[in-house]
Write a protein that binds this ligand. Sequence first.
Ligand SMILES: Cc1cc2nc3c(=O)[nH]c(=O)nc-3n(C[C@H](O)[C@H](O)[C@H](O)COP(=O)(O)O)c2cc1C
Length: 318
Amino acid sequence: MKDFWSSFAEATEDKIKFKKPFYCLAPMAGITDSAFRQICKEFGADVVYSEMASATALVYNPQPTLEMLRFSRKEKPYVVQLFGSNPEHFATATKLTTKKIKPDGIDINFGCPVKKVQKQGAGAVLMNDLKLSREIIETTIKNTDLPVSIKCRSKVGNVDALKFLDSVKDLDIKAVMIHGRTLSQGHSGPVDFEIIKKVRNHFGGIIIANGGVRDYKTAQEMLEKTGANGIGIGQGALGEPWAFREFRISNFEFRIDDIKKIVLKHAKLAHKLKGEQGIIEMRKHLCWYVAGWSNASEIRREFVKVENINEIKEVLNF
Ligand SMILES: Cc1cc2nc3c(=O)[nH]c(=O)nc-3n(C[C@H](O)[C@H](O)[C@H](O)COP(=O)(O)O)c2cc1C
């Protein structure tokens, strides 16, 4: 049976029809929860990723993580991302996620630069351990019938994306998202288009380019310079989930009144899913939504205190 990645590949590889890239909401811890994923989906995100979930937490204390990973049908195709460094934990976490969450795919994190994650030997630093990385990917594939994808960096230490992928090229990895920045760059700075292009030419398969895409122009630049099938959007969607529409239309405009409507919709979803806690967690999104408004700093001072939808309406004067 064809998985959802293959249908995207067919659309993007079709040389006769207009080349059609796909756009993914990249995984972002503390940000890409169900409410935000649904909003991005509404604006045209083709695939949405969960926040990264700890494979170890899914072994020892699964309930809170399973709760975090729940999704609505509107988010499909939805990919759950796991991080960790213990293959046995990946085996259990993969089985549990497949059975209890039933996402459309499972992704493995080889890109996280956070110190706490590095200390566990997980995330980006795993790229330096080719043997363990391979074992983790093999175990994940073995324990699910869902398509398995990976997300890695352009380079970590002496291992670049080419060397890393070369060591796992015989495994059934359905898609690779490459963040075109090194581990030491973190989440900002110039993106290495060249390495993504080399990977694309060398391995074929489904390559999703990630890093620094903010708007139509940067999306086009990424596609032209890398030849990737799709793009992963992280920070470009913060406070601008309509970016997914903007990527497809060169002169797209969104007015303040339209933004206010989206803010309320997002808040209602957050409240429906998590109650008051949802609104509190959403405060950062509220602050991002008003970036560039003339009274942004005044509004933000209020937004960091809001606890319910009525207070949000009052701040927005809506
Ligand atoms: C706050 C934040 C949280 C992130 N969390 C994750 C994560 O859970 N898993 C992951 O693979 N990448 C994570 N990333 C990295 C993004 O997915 C993405 O690779 C990175 O932000 C570069 O893309 P961008 O320039 O479009 O933002 C995170 C990035 C940010 C800014």
